[in-house]
Design a protein around this ligand. Structure first.
Ligand SMILES: [Zn+2]
Length: 306
């Protein structure tokens, strides 16, 4: 890892933060966020997401989602509560881009939202159909975007880190939103201070660097700036639990799935115990403060179309 080296590719240029799998991660000065170069084309990525993702990359996803259901329902409820707080009554049409197995949509449907999903993975799409959800099995593109109509809210959870051109993508979504519509985004918060401390103190590799699956490496500041540049105004920003605290406390869960699940279980306990004590609001205030400090495993942003 040579932080001082600068690289350039097709107008993207910046200092190299890490290198893996034939890609360099640069802090792109042209775009204001970190991403892999060379940038693969959408076509090069299509096959991986259509056929391989949920079977080879996420084999345990469904089983673990069932195990974590109470916790996920808390997470989903908070997402919808924030959308509802920033939208008038009656504005409840939501699109989930990269809707996966459909659980976020199912939760919204149960709250009375009119929900639709777009999901490229065949397995995840079939799972959603089994839940009785309105999901289409394709990639969102400039060619098909208009055919889905207008939405009051568009959710993108763990999507933007995979997209070759997130700026064009956010602008495309802009055109699919009704007036004053909202987006909600969750992406990994990468190259954060706790990760860097763990690399330095626990002799760990930069485990979060995973091109070509992860092409973009956002943080709280760079995602907010990108969203604003694409025609949105940020209305709410928070972090998720800073899971790397376990690494700094000595639980080296990287590459240790059993320990990783144990750490995740403690994080769930922490959040559910606060929630059950009526301190869900305190928990969220804490995560807003963590976002201000640039911490937390993920960046979560809600923004309104301008
Ligand atoms: Zn760039």
């Amino acid at each position: 890892m040579s932080e001082s080296q600068t690289k350039e590719w097709n107008g993207h240029h910046g200092s190299v933060q890490a290198s893996a799998n034939g890609f360099d991660i640069i802090d792109c000065q042209a775009q204001g966020f970190k991403h892999a170069i060379p940038v693969p084309t959408a076509e090069e990525l299509t096959n991986a997401y259509k056929h391989e993702y949920y079977s080879s990359e996420k084999p345990l996803y469904l089983e673990r989602h069932r195990e974590d259901l109470e916790w996920w329902n808390m997470v989903y409820a908070e997402r919808y509560e924030t959308l509802e707080a920033h939208l008038p009554q009656g504005r409840r049409r939501l699109l989930d881009v990269g809707s996966g197995p459909g659980f976020f949509l199912l939760h919204g449907k149960g709250r009375g939202w009119d929900v639709m999903g777009i999901e490229p993975s065949v397995q995840a799409f079939e799972h959603s159909q089994g839940l009785g959800l309105n999901v289409t099995n394709q990639f969102l593109s400039a060619e098909n975007a208009a055919s889905f109509g207008k939405f009051d809210a568009v959710n993108m959870s763990e999507v933007l880190e995979h997209i070759p051109d997130p700026e064009s993508f956010l602008k495309l979504i802009h055109g699919m939103l009704a007036e004053d519509g909202l987006i909600s985004i969750a992406v990994p918060n990468d190259f954060n201070s706790f990760q860097k401390a763990a690399v330095e103190q626990q002799a760990l590799p930069t485990w979060w660097v995973a091109p070509p699956h992860h092409l973009n490496y956002f943080d709280h500041a760079s995602l907010a700036q990108l969203v604003e540049r694409c025609g949105y105004e940020v209305v709410y920003q928070e972090a998720t639990f800073p899971i790397e605290m376990f690494l700094l406390m000595g639980d080296l869960y990287i590459g240790n799935d059993t320990l990783g699940r144990a750490c995740h279980g403690r994080r769930k306990n922490f959040e559910l115990n606060l929630q059950r004590s009526g301190m869900g609001s305190l928990k969220r205030q804490m995560y807003q403060k963590l976002a201000e400090l640039g911490l937390g495993r993920e960046v979560v942003i809600f923004a309104r179309k301008k």
